[in-house]
Design a protein around this ligand. Structure first.
Ligand SMILES: [Zn+2]
Length: 101
C-alpha cells in the first residue's frame, strides 16, 4: 500500500533550530527509512513551516512505525493511506462504465 507521511514540528522542537539542536536528526531520519522494511519513494520539506512529506510503500504498519520513529520524537506524524491518481481515474472510469450498462 502507498502512504503519505506528514510530519510537523514546532520551531521550539526544530532539530535545526536553536533550542533543541540535533545535527544528526536528518541522518537519523534517512537511516530509519533505509532500515525499515518499507520502500521509500520520496521526501519533501516545507522548511519555513517545519513540515516534511514522505511517500512510501509498505505492507506492515509496524515497519512504518519503525521508519517514522525519529519524526515522532520531535513532532506530530500523520500516516495517510493513498491511491495513485491514475488508479482513482481507472476506478472512476470503471464505475462510469457500470452506470451506463
Ligand atoms: Zn524544523
Amino acid at each position: 500500500m502507498l502512504f503519505v507521511i506528514i510530519h510537523k514540528h514546532t520551531a521550539e522542537m526544530c532539530p535545526a533550530g536553536v533550542v533543541r539542536i540535533n545535527k544528526d536528526w536528518l541522518k537519523e531520519v534517512t537511516n530509519s527509512f533505509k532500515n525499515a522494511k518499507i520502500k521509500y519513494l520520496g521526501g519533501y520539506a516545507n522548511s519555513p513551516n517545519h513540515e516534511f512529506f514522505f511517500i512510501i510503500e509498505a505492507d506492515d504498519l509496524e515497519e512504518i512505525d519503525n521508519a517514522i520513529e525519529p519524526l515522532r520524537r520531535v513532532g506530530k506524524v500523520r500516516i495517510i493511506p493513498v491511491l495513485k491518481f491514475e488508479e482513482i481515474e481507472l476506478l472512476a472510469s470503471g464505475r462510469a462504465q457500470l452506470l451506463t450498462e
